[in-house]
Design a protein around this ligand. Structure first.
Ligand SMILES: NC(=O)c1ccc[n+]([C@@H]2O[C@H](COP(=O)([O-])OP(=O)(O)OC[C@H]3O[C@@H](n4cnc5c(N)ncnc54)[C@H](O)[C@@H]3O)[C@@H](O)[C@H]2O)c1
Length: 268
């Protein structure tokens, strides 16, 4: 979004995006900043140059954060309070994916997935909630997954954590609604990021794999991080003012198409 006349729906709003250094989180950062928001990226890794860019109306900055560590979350909250005086929108996006059989999964593997994907959002809400007090129309957006609704093979920990974040979303919508805070989740389908790019790259013929993946989607393509950012913008905006406790699936229709044997597919 460029130019003086571009609509800026997030003007003056303070947004926190965990895991905003790359992938889906970075797309959310860039989209909300383009709409005028001041966006604080909370990430383990340095996102590189994120100062207010030529093409954004708002502002971006990075504050180091490990969402699994309560001290780190408290320091992050203090930094945002000191720098910006509050938070209007919290996007709990940081997440990791664990691919193992239940026999190979160690307690440490399991606990790490739960620590990033579930304890992280819990700690962020717990310690950023005071910063949302008294703000106009605050909202929380959790990034869940279609794997919170169904599961790929070898994803017991990941799918459990994503079902958990959908549950946390509903519970917080109920508890925080009376404070005027809306809480929703986005369940992305297959989005082209580092999280799953490495997985595709392990297969000998990447092109074939990508074409097969695309064919699973009624829209004929896999998702782009910008698809999720557009939904996050809507959920954060006044247009979604009566929407809370929802898990919005953004998957190009993949979950909607019923599977059918290949031998019958032409007739379906
Ligand atoms: N890519 C997909 O297809 C897809 C599909 C469904 C859901 N999701 C979810 O979307 C979210 C983002 O995924 P992505 O594909 O952009 O992943 P990614 O791996 O590209 O980026 C994840 C970001 O989170 C950060 N991060 C990891 N652990 C952290 C921690 N402890 N504290 C702070 N930051 C941390 C990483 O440094 C990184 O910048 C995740 O919650 C993921 O489960 C992704």
């Amino acid at each position: 979004m460029t130019g003086q006349d571009a609509p800026v729906r997030m003007q003056g709003r303070i947004v926190v995006v965990t895991g905003g250094a790359r992938g889906i989180g970075r797309a959310i950062v860039d989209r909300l900043a383009a709409e005028g928001a001041t966006v604080v990226i909370g990430d383990l890794t340095d996102p590189g140059e994120v100062g207010a860019g030529l093409d954004v109306a708002g502002h971006r900055e990075w504050v180091p954060l490990d969402v699994t560590d309560e001290i780190s979350v408290l320091e992050f909250a203090e930094s945002v309070q000191a720098g910006h005086g509050g938070v209007d929108v919290l996007v709990n996006n940081a997440g990791i994916m664990d691919t193992r059989s239940i026999l190979d999964e160690t307690v440490a593997d399991w606990d790490l997935t739960m620590a990033v994907n579930l304890r992280g959002p819990f700690l962020m809400v717990k310690h950023l909630l005071p910063l949302m007090d008294g703000r106009g129309s605050p909202s929380i957006i959790n990034i869940g997954s279609i794997e919170g609704l169904a599961a790929n093979a070898l994803h017991a920990a990941y799918a459990t954590s994503k079902a958990g974040i959908h549950g946390l979303t509903r519970a917080l919508a109920v508890d925080l609604g009376p404070m005027g805070i809306r809480v929703n989740a986005i369940a992305p389908g297959w989005i082209d990021t580092d999280l799953n790019r490495g997985y595709v790259d392990r297969h000998p013929n990447r092109e074939t794999t990508m074409a097969e993946l695309a064919s699973l989607h009624p829209v004929g393509r896999i998702g782009d991080p910008a698809d999720i950012a557009a939904t996050a913008l809507w959920l954060a905006s006044a247009d979604a003012g009566f929407v809370t406790g929802q898990v919005v699936t953004v998957d190009g229709g993949r979950m909607t198409r019923l599977p059918i044997p290949a031998s019958l597919a032409d007739d379906a």
